[in-house]
Design a protein around this ligand. Structure first.
Ligand SMILES: Nc1ncnc2c1ncn2[C@@H]1O[C@H](COP(=O)(O)OP(=O)(O)OP(=O)(O)O)[C@@H](O)[C@H]1O
Ligand SMILES: [Mg+2]
Ligand SMILES: [Zn+2]
Length: 519
């Protein structure tokens, strides 16, 4: 009774095959005219109908219906036998478990015997790319001169692994991913026929997750239905580890609004709710792809609710094509790395921070993206004169041994050189240096003043501090520790609990020097 749902829903007639019209049309014609090739290669993504179509073809060429255009008829002895798996002349070989040359040789020996039940002996070799080279060579011999009563149907998800010599002897059909709307429609049909209640949004989530594989979609539906918790959006999202669309949009918001701290929060909240990191990264890519489509005038291709489309349009305005592509690449990396990490949040965090860094790089800034423009330099902003600038120290305070003999003037004179050398190592880091100024040097510490939390936080990543201080040391000839300060806080407005005797006192002393930024 309990048959896997996707097997139960395997198409038995040509009309039931979804989304592969071009292939079905060609094969039906061939059957109707009784003129078909003796070797076929079906390639394409998993769960898109290759095995299904191969069996349909096997049935059609052996169907006993008088009218070839109605084959398979589903009524004759042969059709019934094939449907029940009792047809001797249909031989299915799973190359994944029979990779050896002996299996193919055995096939070759048997192939010359005439069919016992039908008109044709049909060999379906699934996952044919798994055959060993020797087995391929043996198969090739057979494909070169197949007996007229034999038909080969090779199926594979990895056509690039099939030798050209084999390819050239087959009629090729490329199966495509099933379009989202068609997957949703099929899921609705199945749920309705099975008498299940469902939320359509749940089916959409399932279909999206299956990325064009109808089998995967049906399997997921099966899981949802048999869990006893109902086919609801909430349960589907939880089962699949899918983050809310809102979380995805929020995260992109933080990228366009320079709120990297909040962005990390969004990521952690999503993971805390049970979202799978890899799935979330994929959702980001999906979403950004839609932003890209919007930006390039292809919004009509997007299959999303209207609220999401509005948000996509906003994001399309605030990001350049290049920036969108950069962020997509960052999250794509997270998808690839998700498998190899033992810290589930890490690939996402890294992707996100990489994206933040790349967006901060002015060389990738678009001409007119108001939300992404850098804050004005302090000396260019009368409302925030540098004399009012005070610093909050956040970097670790570890005095270096030895006293510094370098003055801040010397540092400023060589600043360009430092930046040039940093750029050769990493242009993104140089962009960070672009958004700060050396404001003082004292006790072996070089103080850099930032206008925004955003760039300062990036600079405080350990690997970046190490890089900059190493290059500063090379250029200045003396070891310096980089300390990042946040400009824009008034003198005396230091947060409570900050030790006013230590580094803060030093920072206060630096107040007069900060004026010098206006050089
Ligand atoms: N094009 C399709 N039309 C209708 N149902 C499909 C289609 N593709 C897949 N299915 C559903 O998925 C199930 C599995 O499909 P099938 O075995 O034909 O996939 P496949 O392409 O051979 O996959 P794999 O590469 O993993 O072997 C079918 O039983 C059917 O329920
Ligand atoms: Mg298959
Ligand atoms: Zn028949």
């Amino acid at each position: 009774m309990s048959q896997t749902l996707y097997r139960k829903w395997r198409p038995k007639r040509w009309e039931e095959v979804i989304g592969q019209e071009h292939i079905v049309q060609t094969l039906r014609n061939a059957v109707a005219h009784e003129r078909f090739a003796h070797a076929f290669l079906f390639s394409g993504p998993r769960g898109t109908g290759k095995t299904t179509t191969a069996r349909l073809l096997a049935k059609a060429v052996n169907c006993l219906s008088e009218d070839p255009s109605r084959r398979p008829c589903e009524q004759c002895e042969n059709c019934v036998a094939i449907n029940n798996g009792r047809f001797l002349d249909l031989i299915e070989i799973d190359a994944a478990s029979n990779t050896g040359v002996d299996d193919v040789r055995e096939l070759r020996d048997k192939i010359n015997f005439a069919p016992s039940q039908g008109r044709y002996k049909v060999y379906i070799i699934d996952e044919v790319h798994m055959l060993s080279t020797a087995a391929f060579n043996a198969l090739l011999k057979t494909l070169e001169e197949p007996p007229s009563h034999a038909i080969f149907i090779l199926a594979t998800t990895e056509v690039q692994k099939i030798p050209a010599t084999v390819l050239s002897r087959c009629q090729r059909h490329e199966f495509r991913r099933i379009p989202l709307v068609d997957v949703v429609a099929q899921l609705e049909k199945i749920a309705t026929t099975e008498g299940w209640e469902y939320e359509k949004a749940a089916l959409q989530v399932v279909a999206r997750q299956a990325t064009g594989s109808l089998r995967d979609a049906i399997s997921l539906l099966d899981q949802l239905a048999s869990s006893g918790k109902g086919i609801s959006l909430a349960w589907a999202s939880q089962l699949l580890g899918i983050g809310s669309d809102q979380a995805v949009m929020d995260l992109v918001d933080t990228l366009t609004a320079n709120q990297s701290t909040h962005g990390l929060e969004v990521i952690h909240q999503a993971l805390d709710r049970g979202t799978d990191g890899k799935v979330f990264a994929r959702q980001m890519i999906d979403y950004l792809r839609n932003v890209l489509l919007t930006k390039t005038g292809n919004a009509s291709e997007i299959d999303a609710p209207v609220e999401s489309r509005v948000k996509m349009a906003q994001h399309a305005l605030s990001l350049s094509v290049e920036q969108i592509l950069t962020v997509i690449r960052c999250f794509n990396q997270a998808v690839n790395e998700a498998r190899n990490t033992w810290i589930p949040a890490l690939p996402l965090e890294m992707a996100y921070l990489d994206a933040v860094m790349s967006l901060a790089n002015p060389t990738t800034q678009p001409e007119n993206t108001p939300t992404r423009q850098q804050k004005p330099e302090p000396d260019a902003n009368a409302a925030n004169p540098p004399t009012k600038t005070m610093a909050v120290l956040t970097a670790e305070e570890q005095p270096l041994s030895g006293t510094s003999g370098i003055t801040i003037e010397q540092v400023r004179n060589r600043w360009r050189e430092i930046r040039n050398q940093v750029r050769q190592q990493n242009p993104n880091v140089e962009a960070l240096l672009n958004s700060c100024k050396p404001i003082a040097i004292k006790d072996g510490k070089l103080y850099l003043g930032f206008n925004g939390e955003f760039a300062k936080e990036k600079m405080e990543r350990p690997e970046i501090l190490v890089l900059v201080s190493r290059i500063a040391e090379q250029v200045l000839g003396e070891k310096v520790q980089i300390v990042c300060l946040l400009n824009g806080q008034r003198r005396g407005e230091l947060p409570p609990g900050v030790d006013s005797d230590g580094i803060v006192a030093a920072a206060l002393n630096l107040g007069g020097e900060i004026v010098d930024i206006q050089e």
